[in-house]
Design a protein around this ligand. Structure first.
Ligand SMILES: N[C@@H](CCC(=O)N[C@@H](CS)C(=O)NCC(=O)O)C(=O)O
Length: 203
């Protein structure tokens, strides 16, 4: 059975959601942030000292969004479409990781993750501005379709929405981007997302 190492409060949440979407049975191997990620046993599966890690038989993967592409591929279409739509999935997944996640992190760490005395309001504002610039792009993309690639929910939606989970659940102002907000609301109301959110809330 597929194993996901991590805790649902971490980026392992993304992979739990993907496994739920794919209908792939999985076992959660508890690894805590902080000390758990630095044990010799964990460093063997991820020398970066981070979670999540996925084991699928002999295959061991780190990087949450790569893990999700693998999990989705097991399910096939529509979660993992073929042809040009797969190229679009890769484009939006890499966009999530390289264009969106750095700004999301700047905003999150400096608004609700770090203790108030360690927050930097300038960095939070820079993160918010970065997010808004990406939401302008996404709002345009969602003008012609209900999901990021097509009318179908694909792993690109799971990957991009899960990078935005922190801003969505911590009341980032999506006022100027109603299509982005409605798409996130739809994504996080899916039964698979609700199952992952339940584990996250309980962790
Ligand atoms: N790019 C990596 C980032 C992984 C990452 O930073 N994970 C955090 C938890 S969400 C972590 O393990 N940090 C080290 C720690 O907390 O000990 C991914 O997407 O998997």
């Amino acid at each position: 059975m597929l194993k996901i190492h991590g805790t649902p409060k971490s980026r392992a949440f993304r992979c739990i959601w993907a496994a739920e979407e794919a209908g792939v049975p999985y076992e959660l191997v508890p690894v805590s942030m902080g000390t758990g990620t630095k044990t010799p046993m964990h460093l063997k599966v991820n020398p970066n000292g981070k979670i999540p890690v996925m084991e699928d038989g002999d295959l061991v993967l780190f990087e949450s969004l790569a893990i999700n592409l693998h999990i989705a591929a097991k399910a096939g279409a529509p979660l993992s479409p073929a042809g040009d739509d797969m190229s679009r999935v890769l484009q939006w997944t890499l966009w999530a990781a390289t264009e969106v996640e750095p700004s999301a992190g700047q905003w999150a760490y400096n608004t609700y993750i770090r203790p108030p005395e360690e927050r930097d309001s300038g960095t939070a504002a820079a993160g918010a501005a970065g997010l808004i610039a990406r939401f302008d792009v996404l709002e345009g993309q969602l003008a012609g379709r209900s999901h990021v690639v097509s009318e179908n929910f694909t792993i690109a939606d799971c990957n991009l929405a899960s990078v935005l989970y922190g801003s969505w659940s911590n009341k980032f102002d999506y006022g100027g981007h109603p299509k982005v907000k409605a798409w996130l609301d739809r994504c996080f109301a899916r039964p698979a997302a609700l199952a992952a959110r339940k584990l996250r809330d309980a962790a």
